[in-house]
Design a protein around this ligand. Structure first.
Ligand SMILES: *Cc1c(COP(=O)(O)O)cnc(C)c1O
Ligand code: SF4
Length: 336
């Protein structure tokens, strides 16, 4: 089917249809990119551990016939994932210990994170959740009210973070109902949404979604996830403009990834391009040491040097905070 993928037609479809047409085999993706799997370190076994999933909108930003493309590296299952690294594990950030009840993570003062769904529109090979049993951890509909009660019972909580997986994979109806329930909690000031969809499936940003968000009486903050300037195509630019023009504050978090964005000029281009679309660089995360991701690791020394180089050429507000997550810590740790 993807041999004659009609991109123009594909992008006229709604987001659910676009999601259903995401590439889900190495062969289909390679054919679309004019690559032969033999020229790549691609691994079907790696894809068995964590399936390949790449929306067409994201794949369209990958350079054809370039096995070293930085976007391709984020999504292609490769043999390196099967290498065992001694200090890498299945729950590197201690999420299992931080869940007071199903679908709720409470690690930091004043902020509670909801795991609204276990699924994503894209499977990022470096993801720390790749080995995490999210299917039984999510705040499914029957746990949602318990989650709301948890927030209501703690007046110290001023912000709820909708996360996952990707919370924008919830239907408009479920999101609307959830936001309405959250709006009844007086001490809650903000609803923060951690999502990669504006970047990887920009068709999700519909007028209907915008009205759901703008009807919230609590402020909405959206933190997108983008690692490389090439991810910001015209469809992404339009989606970000819809969000920004409706008055939503936009931030970005990236993961520092070997051979994807571990150069000062790449990070600089990313910050510049994000800001040109009204998105403020927030965090640059050191890799969480999840099993299967060791080949993406960039050392702390190199990371600190990259930030130093950014500081020499960018205004301070375009330099993201370099952080790492530590199991049991009371905040993300600044690295310097
Ligand atoms: C990252 C994270 C947050 C948000 O932390 P901020 O520093 O406020 O961005 C909240 N809860 C959990 C469990 C997190 O992992
Ligand atoms: S979108 Fe985020 S949560 Fe989903 S696979 Fe990618 S990094 Fe992981």
């Amino acid at each position: 089917m993807f041999e004659q993928l009609d991109e123009t037609l594909h992008f006229t479809k709604n987001w659910q249809q676009q999601l259903a047409e995401a590439f889900n085999t190495i062969e289909d993706l390679c054919r679309y990119l004019q690559l032969s799997p033999e020229d790549l370190p691609a691994s079907v076994n790696a894809a068995k551990n964590f399936p390949i999933k790449v929306p067409v909108s994201f794949a369209a930003s990958i350079e054809k016939n370039n096995p070293y493309d930085p976007l391709l590296r984020q999504v292609l299952p490769i043999k390196d994932e099967l290498t065992v690294y001694p200090d890498f594990s299945d729950d590197p950030v201690g999420d299992l210990a931080a869940a007071p009840q199903t679908g709720v993570l409470h690690k930091y003062h004043g902020r509670v994170l909801f795991i609204n769904t276990g699924s994503c529109a894209i499977n990022c090979r470096y993801c720390f959740r790749r080995n995490f049993p999210y299917a039984d951890r999510q705040l499914s509909k029957q746990h949602e009210d318990a989650g709301i009660q948890y927030l209501s019972a703690d007046p110290e909580v001023s912000e709820v973070i909708l996360s996952g997986g990707d919370p924008l994979l919830l239907s408009d109806d479920r999101l609307t109902q959830l936001i309405q329930k959250l709006n009844t909690i007086k001490h809650l000031k903000r609803i923060r949404i951690h999502t990669r969809l504006p970047i990887v499936l920009p068709a999700r940003i519909t007028e209907k979604l915008i009205s759901t968000l703008t009807e919230s009486t609590q402020q909405i903050v959206i933190v997108v996830h983008c690692n490389h300037a090439n991810e910001i195509n015209t469809r992404v630019i339009n989606a970000l403009a819809l969000l920004r023009n409706s008055g939503i504050n936009l931030f970005n978090q990236s993961v520092l990834l070997k051979d994807v964005n571990d150069h000062a000029n790449i990070l600089r281009d990313l910050s510049e391009k994000l800001f040109s679309q009204g998105v403020i660089p927030y965090y640059l995360h050191l890799l969480d040491k999840a099993t299967g991701t060791g080949h993406f690791e960039v050392s702390e020394t190199v990371a600190v040097e990259l930030i130093r180089q950014l500081q020499l050429t960018l205004p301070g507000y375009l330099v993201p905070k370099l952080v790492k997550e530590q199991a049991g810590a009371l905040s993300k740790k600044n690295v310097s």
